[in-house]
Design a protein around this ligand. Sequence first.
Ligand code: ZN
Length: 139
Amino acid sequence: MKSYRKELWLKTANRRDYVNITSEIEDAVQESGVREGLALVNAMHITASVYINDAEPGLLADYDDWLERLAPHEPTSQYRHNATGEDNGDAHLKRQVMGREVVVAISDGKLDFGPWEQIYYAEFDGGRKKRVLVKIIGE
Ligand code: ZN
């Protein structure tokens, strides 16, 4: 069995951002040499998510509006977590809703997606460098 590990580094300009990382994961699959297997992709930070859905700008804006209604960033004083001196209480909650990781099948050397599926990195506390882990196993 082959095993391949790679870290992607991302730094978003905005506090919240949604970045399509599908082509980077496709590159990792090629680099791994795996033809049949699994790719795990996870955010390595507890204020960011990796998820799969449509690459459609309206949907990205809908996610952002919805998450802000669920857990508004302001006022930061509403979160007990922020009593530690942080201001990212909302980001932890947004990450929980959008998830930590995705697993995608690799078939015939390619990510085996359903229609319109794309892999996204969602940042909820941006402005600093953060990592995504890609782990690929198979043959
Ligand atoms: Zn925090």
